[in-house]
Design a protein around this ligand. Structure first.
Ligand SMILES: [Zn+2]
Length: 372
């Protein structure tokens, strides 16, 4: 599931993000700096606008009175920032409770967290990552979508959350239609593209308080799987652009599940799996299983490509440390560190004949990206 959080109460959240959300029937969590609303700070939403957000079914979180670094405050100041902001929201908005807190700048320590626990049921940080059943609800992870974060990167986060059935919380601040001039600004059209992708992938959108409730109610074990590229078919948005003779539905030689890939690695031909873009900085390695068919010893090159240039390449036998064996499945792990690869966007994944000749059929199965 995915949560859209909008921090601070900027006016452009109402004028630019809200129409995009409403057009898609998505609720969001607005984390408000309450003095900005009550004192009418320039550039922030009005009380009437915030009341409209509540009437439309959105979730409100407290983001303190004045947005201080909470670790620098005296005990009475800390209490006031937490308690008085919540009290103001309860008395000015038509809400029965304000269970969610968002930490200014994501800066907290044990003292701050102890105070937050007295007044709130959860607290969101800007520590990057996804949330699982065992994530501390007072240290909810949120991925900051600042101006340099591409739509492709956010799509990768969404793909990863879907693959591992985790909870992704996205953090936005201001919105602009043109080119952002501050780190906290995000292009409205890119925000809409992200919302479209959430819908395309069928991810469930929840508010912060809904997400915490579902997290506590979960009974499924935490998944550990990576992002699947091929299991019994291509997954996670990968499309088949292969030009070699091949089948993605081989049922005679299968590692797990019902199908594998059979591949005639001849005359430089190849398998090519295309994606709109996977952010490789989220992953540490590529794993797959290979079977050498009747003869083994095939020469097959694995290539990660960003659509413009090669990001990394290795032959499967080099990655195995031995020739591909006949008649058996072997696991291949390609650590990205071994390719000198720490970032980049995976657009095309190739398995290509490196012999130029005629080789026996080779089989592949269970190809996935392993997260850090
Ligand atoms: Zn903030």
């Amino acid at each position: 599931m995915v949560t859209i959080t909008l921090d601070d109460g900027w006016a452009t959240q109402y004028t630019k993000a809200r129409p995009a959300l409403n057009a898609r029937n998505m609720d969001a969590t607005y984390a408000l700096v309450t003095n900005a609303i009550s004192q009418g700070w320039g550039g922030y939403m009005s009380l009437a606008q915030v009341q409209t957000l509540v009437a439309e079914g959105n979730d409100i979180a407290s983001h303190t009175l004045t947005h201080p670094d909470l670790t620098t405050l005296s005990a009475p100041q800390l209490t006031s920032e937490l308690q008085d902001s919540q009290a103001w929201l309860l008395s000015n908005l038509n809400v029965s409770a304000v269970p969610s807190f968002v930490v200014p700048y994501g800066i907290y320590n044990n003292t701050v967290q102890g105070s937050i626990r007295q007044y709130y049921a959860s607290s969101r940080t800007v520590n990057a990552g996804r949330n699982f059943r065992d994530t501390l609800v007072y240290e909810l992870r949120g991925n900051d979508v600042h101006r340099a974060v591409t739509v492709a990167t956010v799509r990768g986060w969404i793909d990863q959350a879907i693959a591992e059935k985790s909870w992704l919380i996205l953090v936005f601040h201001e919105f602009v239609d043109g080119t952002p001039t501050r780190d906290t600004q995000y292009k409205t059209a890119n925000f809409a593209s992200i919302l479209n992708y959430i819908q395309t992938r069928g991810a469930r959108t929840v508010t912060l308080s809904e997400g915490v409730a579902m997290m506590e109610g979960r009974t499924d074990p935490d998944p550990v799987a990576g992002l699947p590229i091929y299991a019994d078919a291509l997954e996670s948005g990968f499309a088949n652009w292969s030009w070699a003779t091949h089948s993605l539905d081989e049922t005679g030689v299968v590692h797990a599940g019902s199908s594998a890939i059979s591949f005639e690695a001849d005359a430089w031909s190849g398998l090519m799996f295309h994606h709109s873009g996977v952010d490789l900085s989220l992953y540490q390695s590529l794993e797959l299983w290979v079977h050498g068919g009747t003869t083994g010893g095939q020469s097959v090159q694995l290539v990660l490509h960003d659509g413009t240039q090669t990001l990394g390449a290795v032959s499967l036998d080099a990655a195995l440390g031995a020739a591909i064996a006949p008649g058996t499945w072997q696991k291949v792990t390609v650590p990205f560190s071994s390719l000198g690869l720490t970032s980049g966007t995976l657009v095309d994944l190739y398995f290509q004949d490196a012999s130029g000749g005629d080789q026996a059929t080779v089989y592949l199965d269970d190809i996935s990206l392993i997260p850090h």
